[in-house]
Structures are given as C-alpha cells and as structure tokens.
Design a protein. Structure first.
Length: 598
C-alpha cells in the first residue's frame, strides 16, 4: 500500500505538466510577419461574332454579354429582310443577342421580285386564314365635249374555312357608271353575281362554277397581285415613294379596256378606247409592301388622244391580314334562279298574261324607242307610239293597231329618197276577216285604205308577247310595292339578242311598204354584248297592268341598202319599251268596212 502511494506521488508532476499545470516554460521560435501574396487574374472567355452578307467588322464579345441590333443595311436592287442565325434564314436573330459561343449572323436580302412574292404569300397565300380589302375606282374625262365621271367604292372579304368563303360588294355612282350596287358571293363552288339598281331592285343575277382558288374579284384591275406568277411578272422597280414599287407585267392596255367595260355605262366610250393603239395610253401598276405583307395596290390609265381624255385610278388597300373575317352576305328576297323555281314563277306570270289575252275586250298603249350609235356619228333613232284595241269572239281576234312612226332612218346617210318617211298608220282586222294597212291623211281626218294585206298572228296582240319570246331568263324577282306585284326578269347577252330579234321583226318603220329596201330598227347585227337589261311585268288588283323593258349594250351592225352604213361597224344600241293596259277598248267592236274604222 505505501509502495503504491509513492508511485503516485512520483507521477504527479508529470500529470500536472501534461494537463497545463505549472511547469517550466519551453523555448519557442520567434513569430514571422505575414508576406503579401500575388493576385490571380480571372480567366475571361471571349467569342467572335461574324456578319455575313454585309460589310461589318468581326466583333469579339465576352461570354454572356449581348450585342445590339445593327442598323439595317442596304443593297442595290434588294430589300433587307432581317438578321438570321443560319444560312437558310430559318432562325431569326433576336436582339439584344446574348453571346455564349462563336456566332455567325446572316443578313437576309430579297430582290424586289422575291420580296413581292414573299409578301404576297404572307398576305393571300394558301395558308392564310383570311383577309379583307377595300377598293375604289375613279374615272374622269371627256369625249366629244361630253364630261365623263364615275366612282366605285367596294369591300371584299375572304374566309378560308367559311361556307361563304368570298364576298365582295361595291357601289357605283356617276353618269359614266351604272348607279347601283354589285355583289359576288362564293358559296361552295358556285359564284353568285348579282347587280342591283339604285332602287335596290335586282337587275342581274348569274351563277357560275368556280374552284377553291377563287378568293378575289376576277374582273378587277388587281390581277397582278392576286394571280400573276413569275412568267407574267416581268420586273419590279422601286419608286421614290417609301415601300412602293412599280410592276411591269404582261397585263396590256387592251386587257385594261376590257375591265373598264365592267363599270362603264357608255358602250361607245368603251369601244372608242378599245380601238386605240397600245401606245396611246399611259398605264402603271404600283404595289406597296414592307417586306412581310402587302399593304396596297394601284392601277392607273391615262389617255389623251383623238378627242378622248380618260383618267382612271383603281386603288386597293389590305386590312385584317391573316384574320378569318365573319361574312354575312346580303339576302335577295323572293329572287328565283333555279330551273324549278323559274318554271314555277314563269307559269305564274303566264297565267296573268293569258288571262288578259282571254278577255273579250282589251286595249293598251305602247311606246318603243330604239337607237343605234356609231362612233363619232349621230345616233340613228326611231320611235313608235301607238295603241291597240281588240275583241275576242269565237276564237278569232279582231283588232285595230294604231301607230305613229318617227324615225331618223329616212336621213341622207340611210334611206333618203328610197320611200321611207315618218308615218301615222294602222292595221285593222275587220269583222269580215279582211286585214288592211291604213294611212292617216291628216290630224282628225280618220284613215285612208292603202292596201289589203295578209293577217299575221303577231297582230292579234301587237308587241305584247315579248315574255313568251324570251327563252333565256337568268332570274325572276317578285316584289310588292304600293299594292302592286312586280316581276323583275333578268337576262344576258342571249336574252338581248332575242329581244332585238323580236322588235326588229315586229316594228313597222316602213308600215305601208313604201320603201324600196328592208328597214330594220337595229340593222343586221352580230357580236351583241348586253350592258344593261331591265324587264318587268306589273300586276295590279290581280290583273296585268304594265310591261316594260330597257336594255342597252354594244354590237356590230350594218343597215342593208343604206348609204353610209352598208358595212358592219361597232355601235352602241339602246331599246326602251313600255306597254300600259287601258280601258279604251272595253266597248270596242270590229268594223265591217274600212270606211267605218274610226
């Protein structure tokens, strides 16, 4: 036990020293002052930015830093489109552009032609959902001291996915243009072309088949932007107006004149312009675009030659590009165009006409005015005024058809000294069945028997059966106003020919057969082009009240046996006809002899 305590005491100093107890200090090394370190420069990564297609220097840009968009460059004959990150111009560069690698930036240029085609695809291409455009047409000028003026304002919409995919409406005004409005409505693959007069009455309605590509007015002056491909687009040049370019195409002066005919209400002006050489007109086509989409288009035609001054400007402005507009086409109430509907309404009209013809006693007044207008010559006019009275008995028709003829056909350049003159005469079927042509000697003097003639069925109801002789009818509109039912009957070029044939055969410009040659109001014609056709039959109180027709257009015609018009030439024509039912014949009885004709 004592031995252990001794060991413990001997070890105590060592323990105290190791535990921090008091001990002898150990000598230490003197402290050394801190030595300054050399700073380490951070590593900076830089990348090169190279521009292709323009004369710009290579840039070195720190990683993660951005560059601003350079100023738009220019290139002769080209339009700068934008900056791209690939040579195929598919990835557009967005500025400020952050640089994290060596970068090449490509400047994209289009030639004027390429830019136009690209803008056209973006505006009216197959993948465009829709668009809208406004347009105007203004014409001023003069011809033979006659002031000319006409205006059109219109709007068109295209909606790729709509059942009615195209809709165009415009309004005309001015003496040179037809007053009224026109509509183009594409429903499915059928294009409805409708014209209304200034009173909103349908005067023309036709339907034709068209394809899916129909999405603009094919009769407009803007074909250059809607349909011309590289074969028809010869060149495009910049003008002094910003973003405007002049197009040179295969569209010629004669094509422009043809389009003038869609608007001009003066056939001879159209033909006179059309007869001028190509070099007589100054024409131009101008398109404005910003490298992405079309903005506007303008067609101009200026003529100052041969006494004709003509200044035309057509302007089209796009809007809502890429938007599929809602289309709500105008509705033409009670307008019949299908074969089945037309047959039904024609039967309805014939019912009224036949009921009138079945009356025991009937009468009407009539007026027919004709005109043929050769270029730079006076018009050849004729007017036939008259009335008819009749009695139907035992299946026979007894009539007295009185007419007064006032005609220019007797003038020196036609049939002067060949026996033709103005005349007041009549044709009568007596109770005996005899038929006579009569001539009135003087006012209030009664008639003088000139000759006995052969009865013609057309004399039973002279100038009455126009509707029955009209085979080509494009539409019939039935409307009611002021207690009357009015049937408006539409026609086309074929209808106009049928009408001219009807009056050429029946009008008696030489009623007494005294002229040494055949006299026709419209001559011997070909190439008839109808410009206007307004035919109506009016029913009042359930009975026939009136038949009226106005038509005009252009033709090529000659007057056989005349002095100056033996050879066919271009001319305008006009026809006005009106028949009004009267009660003058309610007590008419056929006379037994010519002496008793009053």
């Amino acid at each position: 036990m004592k031995k252990n305590k001794l060991i413990a005491l001997l070890c105590l100093p060592l323990f105290l020293a190791s535990c921090g107890g008091e001990s002898q200090p150990t000598p230490s090394t003197p402290a050394t002052p801190d030595t300054p370190s050399t700073p380490v420069e951070p590593v900076v990564t830089k990348y090169t930015v190279t521009f292709v297609g323009v004369n710009l220097p290579i840039q070195e840009v720190e990683a993660g830093k951005s560059i601003a968009k350079p100023a738009d460059p220019s290139k002769e004959g080209h339009i700068f489109v934008g900056w791209y990150l690939d040579a195929n111009y598919t990835q557009e560069a967005t500025f400020p552009l952050v640089i994290n690698k060596d970068t090449t930036i490509y400047a994209c240029f289009y030639s004027y032609g390429e830019a136009f085609q690209k803008a056209r695809v973006n505006t009216i291409g197959d993948n465009v959902a829709g668009y809208e455009y406004d347009y105007t047409l203004a014409v001023t000028g003069s011809y033979m001291n006659l002031a000319l003026a006409g205006n059109t304002t219109g709007n068109a919409k295209y909606n790729k996915s709509s059942d009615v995919s195209f809709y165009d409406e415009h309004v005309n005004s001015g003496a040179l243009f037809y007053d009224g409005s026109k509509y183009e409505i594409k429903k499915g693959n059928k294009l409805h072309l409708v014209s209304l007069d200034k009173d909103d009455v349908v005067k023309k309605y036709t339907i034709k088949e068209v394809g899916d590509e129909y999405k603009y007015d094919s009769s407009s002056f803007a074909k250059a932007i809607f349909e011309y491909d590289d074969t028809k687009l010869k060149s495009i040049e910049k003008t002094s107006t910003p973003n405007e370019y002049k197009l040179k195409t295969s569209f010629g002066f004669s094509q422009g004149v043809a389009l003038v005919g869609n608007y001009v209400n003066h056939p001879m002006v159209e033909h006179l312009i059309g007869s001028l050489p190509e070099t007589s007109a100054d024409t131009g086509m101008y398109v404005a675009f910003d490298g992405n989409k079309l903005n506007s288009y303008r067609y101009e035609m200026k003529i100052d030659v041969s006494g004709i001054k003509f200044d035309l400007s057509y302007t089209l402005t796009f809007k809502n590009i890429g938007v599929a507009p809602a289309i709500q086409p105008k509705v033409f109430n009670n307008t019949y165009v299908s074969d089945g509907d037309l047959a039904t309404v024609k039967a309805e009209i014939n019912g009224y006409l036949n009921a009138y013809k079945a009356l025991e006693h009937s009468s009407y007044d009539f007026t027919v005015k004709t005109a043929v207008d050769y270029a730079k010559k006076n018009a050849i006019n004729a007017t036939v005024d008259g009335w008819s009275k009749r009695k139907v008995s035992g299946g026979d028709v007894y009539y007295l058809n009185d007419y007064e003829v006032d005609t220019d056909h007797k003038n020196a350049d036609l049939y002067k000294e060949k026996g033709l003159g103005d005349c007041h005469g009549a044709r009568v079927k007596l109770s005996t069945g005899e038929v006579h042509d009569l001539k009135k000697k003087a006012v209030l003097s009664g008639y003088n028997d000139v000759k006995t003639v052969t009865h013609e069925d057309a004399d039973n109801f002279y100038l009455f059966d126009l509707f029955a002789n009209l085979r080509t009818i494009s539409f019939i509109q039935k409307r009611t106003e002021s207690g009357k039912t009015i049937y408006s009957i539409g026609g086309d070029d074929a209808s106009a020919i049928e009408v001219l044939n009807y009056f050429n055969d029946l009008l008696r410009l030489n009623p007494l057969g005294e002229c040494s040659c055949e006299v026709k109001a419209f001559g011997t014609y070909t190439n008839v082009e109808m410009k206007d056709f307004k035919f109506s039959i009016t029913i009042e109180g359930g009975k026939l009240s009136e038949i009226a027709l106005t038509t005009n257009g252009a033709m090529k015609t000659a007057f056989v046996g005349s002095r100056d018009f033996e050879t066919a030439a271009e001319a305008g024509f006009k026809l006005d006809y009106k028949l009004t039912v009267t009660d003058k014949g309610d007590s008419y009885e056929p006379a037994a002899s010519v002496d008793k004709v009053k």
